[in-house]
Design a protein around this ligand. Sequence first.
Ligand code: NDP
Ligand code: 8X3
Length: 252
Amino acid sequence: MKTVMVTGATSGIGKACALAFAKAGYRVIITGRRAGLLQELSDWIRGECGPDRVYTLVFDVCDRKGAEEAVSGLPEEWKMIDVLVNNAGLALGLDKEYEGDYQDWDTMIDTNIKGLLTMTRTIVPGMVERNHGHVINIGSVAGDAAYANGNVYCATKAAVKSITDGLRIDVAHTALRVTLVKPGLVETNFSKVRFHGDEKRADNVYKGIKPLTGEDIAEVVVYAAQSPAHVQIAEILVLATHQANGSVIVRE
Ligand code: NDP
Ligand code: 8X3
């Protein structure tokens, strides 16, 4: 049975990926900072899929030492990770670059870029050693081109694109596969987090358009993971039907 690790599995796309992989027969390592939500998800997977199908790790991807210790503390039977889904990430603020908040910038860079790199640096050496593995990074349409007030968030996702392409080059001599999934508007907690808990402002992001769901993205992620070993889905851009790119959204 294959083992997948999903970072940021407490909510949204990560939670949907964890559930989709569990339903597809994988053993799932779920990670995030909120232990209570991971416990609920773990209980559900245990109940529906079996007691040995889920393992929980609580850590912050920005805490490099904590992340490394969490992974190295996995029981032997969970250490051989077949698929790493680097999903944990966030946007904070939607401000003009010359008015942005330093703390928001630091948190986005530390999480979306440095956290993803920490997980890659921690998990991929074992994959290379075993000559087997798949890294699936969650980028964004925001990484294709900057949109108004998106500046630093867009830059972090452009970095995820470069980091993903770089890894694909660096493991091209192995059997590892590297995939970038770039969603457009997905209705999750993303906008609530971006607007620091302002639910009204968050709801407006999805007004007048049918957004994607976490499940829509999870289906694509599982598809990439399950493609034959000689097929490397390098990059997928997934948009809602009335979204054309990061800036063009046609609302009713
Ligand atoms: P959610 O806010 O619903 O989920 C974000 C997840 O990331 C949570 O599980 C959260 O877990 C985790 N996370 C955030 N910071 C950290 C951290 N420091 N350490 C560990 N886990 C962390 O948003 P989405 O599901 O929408 O976002 C998931 C990914 O998808 C992000 O990378 C986002 O940029 C990307 N994305 C989202 C889109 C959208 O429209 N929603 C579109 C394109 C890409 P916890 O708080 O428990 O730690
Ligand atoms: C999330 C999608 O367009 O809100 O990356 O930035 S968007």
